[in-house]
Design a protein around this ligand. Structure first.
Ligand code: SF4
Length: 251
């Protein structure tokens, strides 16, 4: 019998003795403060240790890897986007990635292929990762806040974000990357629980459950506003320093 099982057994016997003593009386037992303290210490020592988690939400607790989570999400109908999607866009890349990029929502091409960032904006993100950071796209992980495409690529509704966010939370909880790069307003505001604009959020470190997070412009925005590519490159360079272990931002 393990030490913990022995303690649990002693505690059970003590409880049974207390129950027997209380039978037929007013169901209360007076114990000295020393005994009360000792019993509470035994209870604390025998209580199962809980694993720190970000959030459990409605996702079954036995889902502990990305494949199982993707399988679960593939039948999700928690918001009206389930009715208009072709397929979910869960995420792609290295499931053990040290760096995770989080965008907003799938577009038309992503919805068709079931992969994130495969259109023009996706090509720009690939260029940032491969030509700029000199990493393989397959080394990092890429996903979105929403797993289904909003019709006509409209902005996500707050009700949709609320319904879908548990999946993103669980993805990040499973991977626990070294750094997160939030792409655009919706990703940054969802992860940081803020209403600040991306212009104010970028350019400095934030923390998501202790994980360093850099917010920067979404590649789709950069296609329309190429003058801001320089700022995104500055953000990405800071992310790269953390990825390479050259810098460890502290909260
Ligand atoms: S967007 Fe998210 S919450 Fe809505 S149906 Fe798709 S997977 Fe479910």
């Amino acid at each position: 019998m393990s030490k913990q099982d022995s303690l649990q057994s002693v505690l059970n016997e003590a409880c049974e003795l207390v129950r027997k003593s209380a039978r037929g009386k007013d169901r209360t037992i007076a114990v000295s403060p020393e005994v009360a303290d000792m019993l509470s210490r035994v209870q604390r020592r025998t209580a199962p240790k809980s694993t720190p988690t970000f959030s459990r939400g409605r996702i079954p607790s036995d889902i502990q890897d990305l494949d199982a989570l993707e399988q679960y999400v593939s039948s999700c109908d928690a918001c009206p986007l389930a009715a208009t999607r072709t397929r979910i866009v869960f995420g792609s890349g290295n499931p053990h990635a040290k760096l995770v990029f989080v965008g907003e929502a799938p577009g038309a091409e992503e919805d068709r292929q079931g992969k994130p960032f495969v259109g023009r904006a996706g090509q720009l993100l690939t260029d940032i990762i491969e030509k700029g950071m000199k990493l393989e796209r397959s080394e990092v992980y890429i996903c979105n806040v929403l797993k289904c495409r909003p019709p006509e690529n409209r902005n996500p509704l707050s009700s949709e974000i609320e319904a879908c966010e548990p999946y993103l939370i669980r993805q990040l909880e499973i991977m626990r990357p070294k750094a997160i790069c939030a792409l655009g307003t919706y990703a940054a505001q969802t992860l940081l629980k803020t209403t600040e604009t991306i212009g104010r959020l970028r350019g400095r470190w934030h923390f998501y459950h202790g994980i360093p997070l850099r917010a920067t412009y979404h590649p789709a925005y950069l296609l329309r506003n190429p003058a801001d590519k320089r700022k995104t490159w500055d953000d990405v360079l800071e992310v790269l320093k953390v990825y390479n272990g050259e810098v460890t931002p502290s909260p």
